[in-house]
Design a protein around this ligand. Structure first.
Ligand SMILES: Nc1ncnc2c1ncn2[C@@H]1O[C@H](COP(=O)(O)OP(=O)(O)O)[C@@H](O)[C@H]1O
Ligand SMILES: [Mg+2]
Length: 629
C-alpha cells in the first residue's frame, strides 16, 4: 500500500497521457470513416523507385561512405555528452578535484568540437555530392526530352516539362543531401542512446520505454493528417503556379480586354486557398510537436520524481538505485531519444514526396523516343535535293487521316509551292519531310532513298526550315544566327546577312552582331526576325529549303526585301514554299493545290489559271481583295 502511494504521481501522469491518447484515437477513428484521400499518385512500388534512385548515387558511393563515417563522428557527441555531464555532476557532488573537472570539461569540449566539425564536413560532402547527382539527372532528363518526337512533345506541355526538370529534381535533391544520411543517423542515435541508457540503468530505461507506444501512436496519427495537409499544400501551389504562368504570358491580352479585376479576383481565390492549406499544415505540425514535447516532459517528470526520491532516501526503483549523476545523464538522453523519433516522423513525408517526384521524372525518362534511327540507317554527306512522296497516308491521331494518299515529285533545285485552305495539310507535308513525325503508309524519298533509312541528324542537316513564327533565343544576334555552329568568322556571318538583305538593319543597330536579343526576340519586329531566320538558314548551307508562311504578316517594304532574298535563295537548292500571297509563288516550277489532305490539282501558274479550277478561284478571290484595298 505504501509503495502504491509512492508511485501515485506516476500513475496520475499515465492516466493523463492515456486520456489524451484516447481522445486523439477517437477523433482519428471518426475521421478515418471519411473517404481516404490518396496523397501521391504512385504507380511504381517504393523498392523500384529506390533502386533506380540509388543507381544515380552509385558512381559516388565512396563519398557517401565518407559522409557516413563522418556522420558517426557527429553521433559520438550525442552518445557521450550525457555520460560526461553525469560524471561532472558526480565529481561536483562527491570528492571534488579541480584537475579532474578540467579534464572532464576538456573532454566535453573535445567531443563537441569533433561533432561540430563532423557535422559541417558531412553537410559539405553531401551537398556537393547531391548537387552532382542532381546535375546528372537533369542532364539525362534534358537529353531525353530532346530525343522525344514532336507528337510526344505535344502531349507534354512545356510547363510540365519545366516542373520535371526543376522542381521535381529539387525534391529528389533533399533525398540525397539530407534524408539518406539523417535517416541512418537518427536510427543509429536512437539505438545508441537506448544501449547507453540500458547500460547505465535498465530500470529507468524500461520506464522511458513505457512512453514509446504513445509516441508511435501519435506519430501514426500525425502521418495521416500531415499527408493530407501536404497534399493540400502541393495542390494549391500547383494551382497558383499554373494560373500564374498562363496569365503572365497572356497579360497583354488581359489588359487589352480590361479583365484585370476579374483575373485579380480569380488569383486572390487561389492565393487564399494556398494560404489556408499552408496554415492547415502548420496547424498539424503545431499539434504534433507539442504532443511529442508533452511525452518528453512527462518522461522527464517521472525521471525527476523517481530520481528525487532516490537521491534523498537512496530508494530503489525496480531494484536499481538511482543516483544524481544517473538522473542528469538520463535527463539529457531523454531528449536525444525523443528528437530523432519526431524527426523521422516528419521526414517520412519528405521521403514520400521525393519518391513521388522521382516517379514523375522516371515517367518522362521511360517514354521511348518514337522517331529513332534504324540500326543500319545511313549517313548522307551531301544530297542533290530530289524529293518524292509516294502515296503518303498520315494521321496525328489514330484514324483521323490528315494526308490521304499524297504523291508528288520535286526535282533537284526546283521550286515547288503548296497552296490550299487552312487545315488542308500543307504544314504537315513539310513537317513529315524532316521526319518530325513518322508516316503510317507510303514512302517519302530523298534522292531516291526512303528517309527512314537515313540517320535523322544527317537528314535534318540538309534541310533549312523557315517558319512563320521565328523562334529567337535570348542572347545576341550572332549566337542566334550561328546556333552553336563554330569556326565561322564575322565576315561570313555578315555575308549571309547581306545575301538575305538582313545587313541593312543589323548595321544600323548600335552593337551590330553583338546587339542583345531578348527572350523570344521580342525586341525585334516580325520582319526583322524573319530576315534573321533566313540568315540562320543560309549559314547552315542547306540543300533543301522549306518556307512555311514565312512571308505572312510582313510589311510591304520588308516583303520586297524578302521577295528579293527568296529569288536568291532559289539558286541555292530545292525549295518548298507555303505562301498565302499568291504573288510570292508565281515563279514556282510547280504549284500543288491541296484540299482536305489530297492533291486537288498541280501545275505551273499559267497552266493552273488555264484550268480554271480551285487555284483559279483562289487567285481571282485574292486579286479582287487586292483591288478593293
Ligand atoms: N500536332 C497536331 N496534332 C493533331 N492534329 C494536328 C496537329 N497539327 C495539325 N493537325 C491537324 O492536321 C490538319 C492539317 O494541319 P496543317 O498541316 O497544319 O494545315 P495547314 O498548314 O495546311 O493549315 C488540321 O486539321 C489540323 O487540325
Ligand atoms: Mg500551316
Amino acid at each position: 500500500m505504501q509503495r502504491m502511494h509512492e508511485y501515485a504521481p506516476i500513475l496520475i501522469l499515465g492516466a493523463i497521457i492515456g486520456t489524451v491518447t484516447a481522445v486523439f484515437l477517437t477523433v482519428y477513428l471518426c475521421l478515418q470513416r471519411k473517404k481516404q484521400l490518396e496523397v501521391f499518385d504512385r504507380q511504381l512500388p517504393d523498392r523500384v523507385v529506390i533502386r533506380r534512385l540509388l543507381r544515380y548515387a552509385k558512381p559516388y558511393w565512396a563519398r557517401f561512405l565518407l559522409a557516413f563515417f563522418v556522420m558517426l563522428g557527429s553521433i559520438v557527441y550525442d552518445l557521450l555528452s550525457p555520460l560526461l555531464v553525469g560524471s561532472i555532476e558526480k565529481l561536483v557532488a562527491e570528492q571534488f578535484e579541480l584537475e579532474q573537472l578540467w579534464r572532464l570539461v576538456a573532454a566535453y569540449a573535445g567531443i563537441l568540437l569533433v561533432s561540430v566539425v563532423c557535422t559541417y564536413l558531412q553537410a559539405v560532402i553531401l551537398q556537393k555530392t547531391g548537387q552532382k547527382i542532381l546535375s546528372d539527372i537533369r542532364l539525362e532528363l534534358f537529353a531525353h526530352i530532346e530525343s522525344l518526337s514532336h507528337a510526344q512533345l505535344n502531349n507534354n506541355p512545356v510547363g510540365k516539362l519545366v516542373t520535371r526538370v526543376t522542381n521535381d529534381t529539387n525534391s529528389i535533391s533533399f533525398l540525397f543531401t539530407n534524408i539518406l544520411v539523417t535517416l541512418a543517423k537518427n536510427v543509429l542515435v536512437i539505438l545508441g542512446v537506448l544501449g547507453a541508457m540500458l547500460l547505465l540503468n535498465y530500470a529507468l530505461t524500461l520506464m522511458i520505454l513505457c512512453f514509446v507506444p504513445f509516441l508511435v501512436l501519435f506519430t501514426v496519427i500525425f502521418r495521416k493528417f500531415s499527408r493530407k495537409a501536404h497534399r493540400r499544400v502541393s495542390d494549391a501551389t500547383a494551382d497558383v503556379n499554373t494560373y500564374l504562368s498562363e496569365h503572365l504570358s497572356g497579360m497583354k491580352i488581359i489588359q487589352i480586354f480590361n479583365q484585370e479585376d476579374n483575373k485579380m479576383a480569380a488569383f486572390l481565390r487561389r492565393s487564399q486557398a494556398m494560404e489556408k492549406a499552408k496554415v492547415g499544415r502548420l496547424f498539424v505540425f503545431g499539434i504534433f510537436r507539442p504532443m511529442v514535447y508533452m511525452l518528453n516532459i512527462s518522461c522527464v517528470l517521472c525521471l525527476f520524481y523517481l530520481g528525487g526520491k532516490g537521491y534523498l532516501r537512496q530508494t530503489e526503483f525496480l531494484g536499481q538505485t538511482i543516483t544524481a549523476n544517473v538522473v542528469v545523464s538520463f535527463y539529457m538522453y531523454i531528449s536525444k531519444f525523443f528528437n530523432p523519433i519526431q524527426h523521422l516522423a516528419e521526414q517520412f513525408d519528405m521521403l514520400q514526396k521525393a519518391f513521388a517526384s522521382a516517379e514523375k521524372i522516371f515517367a518522362i525518362m521511360d517514354l521511348p523516343p518514337e522517331v529513332v534511327d534504324e540500326p543500319d540507317a545511313m549517313e548522307l554527306e551531301s544530297i542533290r535535293g530530289e524529293i518524292e512522296f509516294k502515296d503518303v497516308w498520315f494521321a496525328y491521331k489514330p484514324d483521323v487521316w490528315v494526308l490521304k494518299g499524297v504523291s508528288f515529285k520535286v526535282e533537284a533545285r526546283q521550286t515547288v509551292a503548296f497552296v490550299g485552305s487552312t487545315g488542308s495539310g500543307k504544314t504537315t507535308i513539310l513537317s513529315l519531310l524532316c521526319r518530325n513525325y513518322d508516316i503510317q503508309k507510303g514512302q517519302i524519298l530523298v534522292d531516291g532513298i526512303d528517309i527512314r533509312h537515313i540517320k535523322i541528324a544527317s537528314l535534318r542537316r540538309h534541310f533549312g526550315q523557315m517558319l512563320q513564327d521565328v523562334f529567337l533565343f535570348a542572347g545576341d544576334i550572332r549566337s542566334n544566327i550561328l546556333l552553336h555552329k563554330q569556326a565561322i568568322t564575322d565576315d561570313e556571318v555578315m555575308q549571309a546577312c547581306r545575301y538575305v538583305n538582313a545587313d541593312s538593319f543589323i548595321s544600323k543597330l548600335p552593337k551590330g552582331l553583338d546587339e542583345p536579343v531578348r527572350e523570344r526576340g521580342n525586341n525585334f519586329s516580325a520582319g526583322q526576325r524573319q530576315l534573321l531566320s533566313f540568315a540562320r538558314t543560309i549559314i547552315h548551307k542547306p540543300s533543301v529549303m522549306i518556307l512555311d508562311e514565312a512571308t505572312a504578316n510582313i510589311d510591304t517594304e520588308t516583303e520586297l526585301l524578302i521577295q528579293d532574298s527568296l529569288e536568291k535563295l532559289k539558286s541555292i537548292g530545292t525549295m518548298l514554299i507555303v505562301a498565302h500571297r499568291l504573288s510570292t509563288i508565281q515563279h514556282a516550277d510547280n504549284i500543288i493545290v491541296l484540299s482536305g489532305g489530297r492533291i486537288a490539282e498541280q501545275g505551273t501558274y499559267q497552266a493552273l489559271l488555264h484550268q480554271k479550277g480551285r487555284y483559279y478561284r483562289l487567285y481571282t478571290l485574292q486579286f479582287h481583295k487586292e483591288q478593293l484595298k
